[in-house]
Write a protein that binds this ligand. Structure first.
Ligand code: SF4
Length: 377
């Protein structure tokens, strides 16, 4: 095959044709890449690109980020650091990474529903965890890649859960660029994109990396309530509201509670303001469509079973009832009115100490703000 390609190359050069694809191996890897991309689109991914399995560009930056302690309690990040910066440590003989993106942009809640419901990060609006939605599609893609490669091909898929610097790989695969808010942006879809990847032993022709297009903009940096984006492309997760309301298991630091505002699960503030979102398109994926949430005070009366029944299959289940009610109390403390006090007072007897402590804080905030009663402490 190779020698035949060389022969073709000589013939083309003599004829004055551009020496486009001159190597049979390259031609084969290009054909395979095209087949894989076609499969990915047929499965429903909005974006697909290919890169090699070399170390991500920001491997060293990631290690410096860890050394600064910016990952907070996300110990799993440090634990898997070696794998995150070397895909071949995840899949021996990995040659390529197929990176896919799924648009999850859907309608914003009606104005006026926010004060009682609190705000939830957009990826969690639907009735099903995106890890499952993406996982199902990625599993099908990995199987299709193995089929394209034939016997001996091995592939492994990840969505968020894997020890991979996925945004880095996504930029290198050409499906978007990392914004100053550290999330992926696609020039046709904005930043409402879920990223997943399939590592494979198959040789696929890589795509051209995407350039960066933030320019002089710094809206996401300026809008962050906790100033968590400490420098362009550098996030101190310990300050990020997504971290405080999802990753942090214990109490939310008292000084940060007022800054959490009405964010009851995650935060999209830096994503919302990105000007690239003028290109966002509504996602047709049913599982991402928004479902109504009850008023915040209602959650406080829910026991473990009711909580599980309502949030089964959603990302909220991850933080458990105690984490979610902790957040509910903080939001009520920030935006709740005197009408929320009876529910919060009942929560003072909650079986979870974490909930009791945050309920007491919320009561103080509301009493001080709405009734002018100052704390005795
Ligand atoms: Fe980049 Fe501006 Fe978007 Fe931030 S808001 S990611 S600086 S384009």
């Amino acid at each position: 095959m190779k020698s035949s390609a060389s022969t073709n190359s000589k013939r083309d050069c003599r004829a004055g044709a551009p020496p486009a694809i001159t190597d049979a191996t390259t031609a084969a890897s290009e054909t395979l890449a095209l087949q894989v991309k076609e499969k990915a689109r047929a499965i429903g991914f909005d974006l697909v690109g290919v890169t090699n399995a070399h170390a991500p560009r920001h491997a060293q930056g990631f290690q410096r980020w860890l050394a600064s302690g910016f990952h907070g309690e996300m110990g799993y990040m440090a634990k898997s650091a070696e794998k995150r910066i070397d895909p071949s440590k995840i899949l021996t003989d990995a040659r390529s990474v197929v990176v896919v993106g799924l648009n999850y942009f859907c309608e914003a809640p009606r104005e006026g529903t926010r004060p009682t419901a609190g705000r939830v990060a957009r990826y969690a609006w639907g009735g099903r965890d995106y890890h499952e939605v993406m996982g199902e599609k990625l599993g099908r893609l990995a199987a299709a890649i193995d089929e394209c490669g034939g016997p001996g091909t091995r592939s492994l898929w990840y969505v968020d859960t894997g020890p991979i610097l996925e945004r880095d790989l996504a930029q290198r695969a050409g499906i978007g660029f990392i914004g100053k808010h550290t999330n992926l942006i696609n020039r046709r879809l904005g930043n409402w994109i879920l990223v997943g990847e399939v590592l494979t032993t198959l040789d696929l022709l890589p795509d051209e990396p995407e350039r960066e297009y933030c320019g002089t903009c710094r809206r996401c940096i300026d809008v962050c309530p906790t100033r968590a984006i400490v420098a362009p492309y550098r996030l101190d997760a310990r300050l990020c509201i997504s971290y405080l309301t999802i990753e942090l298991k214990g109490a939310i630091p008292v000084e940060l509670r007022p800054l959490v505002g009405d964010h009851v699960f995650g935060c999209d503030d830096c994503l919302e303001v990105c000007p690239w979102n003028r290109f966002a398109k509504l996602s047709p994926v049913r599982e991402f469509q928004r479902r109504e949430m009850p008023p915040l005070t209602e959650f406080l009366s829910w026991d473990e079973r009711k909580f599980r029944d309502f949030f089964r299959g959603t990302p909220m289940l991850r933080i458990k009832r105690r984490g979610f009610l902790r957040n509910v109390c903080v939001v009520l403390g920030n935006i709740g009115e005197a009408a929320a006090l009876p529910a919060l007072k009942r929560a003072l007897a909650d079986p979870e100490p974490l909930v009791r402590e945050h309920a007491a804080w919320a009561i103080e905030q509301i009493q001080s703000r709405c009734l002018g009663i100052k704390s005795a402490v």
